[in-house]
Design a protein around this ligand. Structure first.
Ligand code: ATP
Ligand code: MG
Length: 310
């Protein structure tokens, strides 16, 4: 693992670099890449255009594609010239290893220690194979973090303390927090450290209930933190398989046209693109930029008002 005591210079922060045009060209090169892709909006107000934007990638349901989307949204944002930190908030450490960064060893400083003791997080930061993506890795000692945070009495605010230190460095345009599948104090504390959230869902009869529970949890956590500025940027339907049966189709239609939460994109099952890119320690946008899979992740960045179309 390459750890950076001092984070190396990265690309300029901009929203409309030439790579945006490249992304558009890639799209043009793939006519009919997916029937559900709509044209990107040409004129949008970006969500939180100033400073470091922090998004929690969440759903208490396991295996819906949170980590896959975190890694690949990071790739799409990086392609648009954004400087991205992937904050691996899950002790499973899949975002860490998925970007070919090693988890801290038993004698290394860990995220759990930094959060609990309000230490400087910068020594944790590791470089990935993509110049403008870094990782703040997870480690197994985070399995006890929820109860450790509870013991402090101020646990709900402690991720915010760490994230504010990261914001103050001015090194990133985006921080994406890959959450574990839980509704606990550590995930609440990560939400409270965030400006907004993207909720991953799958096509399953429990998704609507799960979505309601997730949004209710956001409201609860924000009420406790006395915040009213948190925004659910949208939902992403992951691991979509077609054709689907009538029952799944009904759920899918509800998710795509959700009455209160905007559906940003869907990610079809694309095991080869996703897993072979991961094997290279790269997001799909960097490993396979001309595939429709890369375009699905760009779609999240565009529809989520995280970047502007070139
Ligand atoms: N679009 C996709 N096509 C094919 N495989 C996928 C896709 N999305 C995710 N997967 C695979 O599904 C599994 C679960 O995905 P992932 O780990 O991203 O979900 P998660 O929500 O982060 O899970 P957890 O709740 O355990 O953190 C992984 O093996 C991943 O490679
Ligand atoms: Mg995960």
């Amino acid at each position: 693992m390459v750890r950076l005591a001092i984070v190396l210079p990265m690309t300029e922060t901009t929203a409309e670099p030439s790579i945006g045009a490249q992304a558009t060209r890639s799209r043009e090169a793939l006519p009919g890449a997916d029937e559900h892709q709509e044209q990107p909006e040409q004129s949008v107000d970006l969500f939180r255009p100033e400073g470091t934007r922090v998004l929690a990638m969440c759903n208490q349901k396991g295996g819906v594609g949170k980590t896959t989307t975190t890694i690949n949204l990071a790739g799409a944002l990086a392609e648009y010239g954004r400087r991205v930190l992937v904050l691996d908030g899950d002790p499973q450490g899949n975002a860490t290893t998925g970007l070919h960064v090693a988890s801290p060893g038993p004698r290394d400083l860990t995220q759990a220690q930094v959060v609990l003791d309000a230490l400087d997080p910068q020594p944790l930061i590791a470089q990935t194979n993509v110049p403008n993506i870094q990782v703040l890795p997870a480690s197994l000692d985070m399995t006890g973090l929820s109860s450790d945070l509870r013991d402090t009495g101020t646990g709900l605010t402690l991720y915010r303390v760490m994230v504010d230190k990261l914001r103050a460095l001015g090194l990133w345009d985006d921080i994406l927090i890959d959450q574990r599948p839980a509704l606990e104090l550590d995930t609440d504390a990560q939400l409270v450290a965030s400006d907004g959230a993207i909720i991953m869902v799958d096509v399953d009869e429990w998704s609507m209930d799960g979505l309601k529970r997730q949004v209710a949890q956001h409201k609860k956590a924000m009420a406790r933190a006395q915040r009213d500025d948190f925004e659910v940027v949208g939902l992403v339907v992951g691991r979509v398989q077609k054709p689907m049966g009538h029952f799944d189709k009904a759920v899918y239609d509800l998710l795509r046209a959700h009455p209160t939460i905007r559906c940003l994109a869907e990610i079809p099952v694309r095991a080869a693109d996703i897993k072979e890119s991961r094997h290279q320690g790269l997001p799909v946008c960097q490993a396979r930029p001309r595939t429709d899979t890369a375009q699905f992740f760009r779609e999240i960045a565009l529809k989520g008002r995280l970047v502007k179309a070139a």
